[in-house]
Design a protein. Structure first.
Length: 117
């Protein structure tokens, strides 16, 4: 197994573009949709259901239903705060170096790495 580490100049971010070796870990900051799909899919679905239920219940003429809808909105705001804090603490930051690894490189073939800045 062979490993390579590429470091860019100060103030530059390297991003993988291609080649015949694999990046060991994603180097770029994850997007919001990527964070949701990898870490909080069910929580976001529950949050959307709570917001929809709250909107439905508060629009009805009943005071009891309006109170339940208001409490559901407060719970949704709490879940939003928890998800916000979790995304700030656990999101993937941009790496300043690229790590590549290859388990097998044929003898007649060279290693190619393509990056963009």
């Amino acid at each position: 197994m062979s490993e390579w580490i590429l470091r860019g100049d100060i103030g530059r971010v390297l991003a993988p573009k291609g080649g015949n070796v694999e990046v060991t870990e994603p180097p770029l900051t994850e997007t919001g949709f990527e964070w949701i799909s990898n870490r909080a899919r069910l929580a976001v679905i529950a949050l959307l259901v709570m917001i929809g239920g709250s909107a439905f219940l508060t629009r009805t003429g009943s005071v009891a239903r309006g109170g339940v809808g208001l409490m559901l909105a407060v719970v949704a705001m709490g879940l939003t705060l928890i998800l916000t804090i979790d995304s700030v603490l656990k999101s993937r930051a941009t790496l300043h170096e690229l790590s590549y690894a290859s388990t097998l490189v044929p003898a007649d073939e060279g290693v190619t790495l393509q990056v963009r800045t």
